[in-house]
Design a protein around this ligand. Structure first.
Ligand code: DGL
Length: 265
């Protein structure tokens, strides 16, 4: 495995760009590959076996692209498939999980809220996570149907976003939540709207910067960091549901006009 090989990142759609952004900032010399599985978004209400199959196919695609590590930039896919991926593929697999531990350490009201998809919240992995790190705090979970679609359509700051964010955040505030965990990689794009509704006394935790640092540690540990510091890393994008709309939303969220390649079937 060469140190010049790319790092690969995937999500059901555009949510993983919130993680890709942190990776790009932390590792400016790495080439990055991104797959949005747009033909199958949202993953949140799909079966574990369906998501597992998608995760395997996408990882096989990344291996053919010579990826040296894979970041599962999706909490739902992590819950459904990370053990399978780690058992099957012999490269570092870095994954997401709701940031219960830092939230439990920071809360003053001792009530934390976890915003995530139903798939993540109902998983065995999530139950283990709360059992391990949720000691002494009350954890209120909140699935947020419709939020992924808001982000996929670029509705992140408008009236529609405000109404749907309010619907799931206000009940948590009424239960005394002072710390909100963003347990889905689409949700950081709604952070401004969430903060407006929650108010400045509520802390919002986005695990993406920690995931980027974990990737850096793992690459360093395996001696896979790109030593060529003269080179600016390139970003290459694929989508399984390529369309003008996917190109437009990825370009808008990424902040530059990008070309989206078709993910082979
Ligand atoms: N962005 C994803 C996550 O972190 C998946 C959302 C979905 O497709 O339902 O859970």
């Amino acid at each position: 495995m060469s140190q010049e090989n790319p790092v690969a990142v995937f999500d059901s759609g555009v949510g993983g760009l919130s993680v890709l952004r942190e990776i790009r900032n932390l590792l400016p010399h790495e080439d990055l590959l991104y797959v949005a599985d747009s033909a199958h978004v949202p993953y949140g209400e799909k079966s574990t076996s369906f998501i597992e199959t998608r995760a395997i196919l996408i990882t096989e695609f990344f291996i053919r692209q010579q990826a040296k590590a894979v970041v599962v930039a999706c909490n739902t896919a992590t819950s459904a498939a990370v053990e399978t991926l780690r058992a099957r593929f012999d490269i570092p697999i870095i994954a997401m999980e709701p940031a219960i531990k830092p939230a439990a350490q920071q809360t003053r009201s001792n009530v934390i809220g976890v915003l995530a998809t139903s798939g993540t919240l109902s998983s065995e992995r999530f139950a283990n996570l709360t059992a391990r790190h949720g000691n002494g705090v009350k954890i209120v979970v909140q699935p947020c149907p419709g939020w992924v679609e808001l982000v996929e359509h670029g509705n992140i700051n408008n009236e529609e976003a405000h109404i749907l964010v309010d619907r799931y955040v206000t009940p948590l505030l009424e239960k005394g939540v002072d710390t909100l965990v963003l347990g889905c990689t689409h949700y950081p794009f709604l952070k401004n709207t969430i903060q407006k509704i929650a108010g400045s006394n509520v802390t919002i935790i986005d695990p993406s910067p920690a995931v980027a640092r974990e990737l850096q540690r793992r690459l360093h540990h395996h001696q896979l960091l790109n030593p060529d510091k003269s080179k600016k890393g390139e970003d290459t994008f694929w989508s399984s549901g390529n369309s003008a709309q996917v190109t437009a939303i990825i370009s808008a969220l990424w902040g530059e006009n990008v070309t989206i390649n078709n993910l082979p079937a």
